[in-house]
Design a protein around this ligand. Structure first.
Ligand code: HGY
Ligand code: MN
Ligand code: MN
Length: 404
């Protein structure tokens, strides 16, 4: 809890939640704090070329593939103090507990704290873990630009003091990792609603992320008859309604769509808008339904643009396939929960997580702890310390079973 409170203090919006986007001064404070915490454990933290922090507890056989555990410390804007932080500080606590108990694991146990998981600045979630496994290359980092100042991810990382050119040498190979474990808050209401203490995650939703631009004609708000208008904002509004309607029509909680960011130009009260850009984030745990709904969504944008005599472009900024996690590790976590007498259920994650990226490399599992009122990505985000302790205990138990 001390570490969680310290990290909560590294925010650009004190009193209004955690705002700690990658490569900001707040992110630097958090990274330095966690590096100091690793060194206090007598370990040597390394920060890679995109800003992932890695720190290894040696095992008996250090040539063998190790177990990784961790999460992310970048946040959304006005986010909560627990998203990513719980799994990150849990990783530190796990290594501290193993050392306190003179437990030498058979293979290395490695903390990994990912950068740019949220994708707030570069419209690409899970960027740190994708760079770690080589799914995002230097070339990708050079063309991926910030939505705040237009600089490339590559340049921003260099200006932050990192060495992205060194990334190809630090790409994680399958032979180096035998399992990934991430503790995370649920960020929804299922556990609290069912009065359960632990979620054992079986699959993680995928997503298609787009930036849509709608082009119309700027004109006088008073003098232009309605029949002569090409109003980009009204067109965008119709599109946004349809994006939402298609998600609701699926009738499943796993099928969602969100328009989270929107900009209007020229954004003046007496000018008919001629340009609107907005994002949409379409998710599902069923890859076929997710692809079909994307096609329906893009067709709807074109149809509305045509009826409204507007132009529209839709640029994909991210793709994350839905992924099933390791059934063997899920069983192991379930056994540990039973042994501790924790109430639990197996469930899916509607939120994306870096573990989905590591799951392509090695057997991976996630453990959820409840979010009060199901709130997340908001200052109201909260998880009780006792619930966090149970989650950390399960990470310890799972790692001890895997490396004992
Ligand atoms: O968007 C997500 O699901 C995660 O919080 N990055
Ligand atoms: Mn998260
Ligand atoms: Mn998040």
């Amino acid at each position: 809890m001390r570490r969680i409170e310290r990290l909560a203090g590294f925010t650009a919006t004190p009193g209004k939640g955690s705002t700690r986007t990658t490569y900001t001064p707040e992110f630097r404070q958090a990274l330095d704090f966690l590096s100091r915490e690793c060194r206090a454990l007598g370990l040597d933290p390394v920060v890679d070329g995109i800003g992932n922090l890695r720190c290894r507890l040696p095992g008996r056989d250090n040539a063998a593939p190790g177990v990784m555990t961790g999460s992310h410390i970048d946040t959304v804007i006005h986010g909560g103090d627990y998203d990513g932080v719980v799994g990150s500080v849990a990783a530190l606590e796990v290594l501290a507990v193993l050392q306190e108990n003179r437990f030498v694991p058979a293979v290395p146990v490695e903390i990994v704290i990912f950068a740019e998981e949220e994708g707030v600045t570069f419209d690409l979630s899970l960027a740190g873990s994708k760079a770690l496994v080589g799914r995002m290359t230097l070339a990708d980092m050079k063309v991926r630009t910030s939505n705040t100042d237009g600089r490339s991810l590559y340049q921003t990382a260099r200006d932050f003091g990192l060495d992205p050119d060194g990334l190809p040498q630090s790409v994680l190979r399958p032979a180096e990792v035998s399992a990934m474990i991430e503790l995370h808050i649920e960020q929804s209401i299922a556990l609290e609603h069912d009065l359960l203490q632990i979620g054992v995650i079986e699959k993680i939703a995928g997503s298609f992320n787009y930036v849509v631009e709608v082009f119309g004609t700027a004109n006088h708000a008073g003098a232009t008859p309605m029949r002569l208008r090409r109003d980009a904002l009204v067109g965008a509004a119709l599109m946004i309604q349809e994006i939402e309607a298609l998600a609701r029509a699926e009738g499943r909680d796993e099928a969602v769509a969100t328009v989270g960011r929107l900009a209007v130009a020229p954004n003046a009260a007496n000018v008919i808008p001629n340009h609107v850009s907005f994002t949409f984030d379409l998710r599902d745990t069923d890859p076929d339904r997710m692809a079909e709904r994307l096609a329906e969504t893009l067709a709807a944008l074109d149809r509305i643009a045509q009826v409204r005599r507007l132009d529209v472009t839709a640029r994909r900024t991210g793709t994350n396939a839905p992924i099933a996690l390791s059934g063997i590790l899920a069983d192991l976590v379930e056994d540990c929960a039973k042994a501790r007498g924790y109430s639990y259920k197996r469930m899916h994650s509607g939120a994306l997580h870096d573990t989905a990226v590591l799951a392509e490399l090695a057997p991976s599992c996630m453990i959820f702890v409840p979010s009060r009122d199901g709130r997340s990505h908001a200052p109201e985000e909260f998880t009780d310390p006792e619930e966090i302790r149970r989650g950390v205990q399960l990470v310890v138990d799972t790692i001890v079973k895997l490396t004992g």
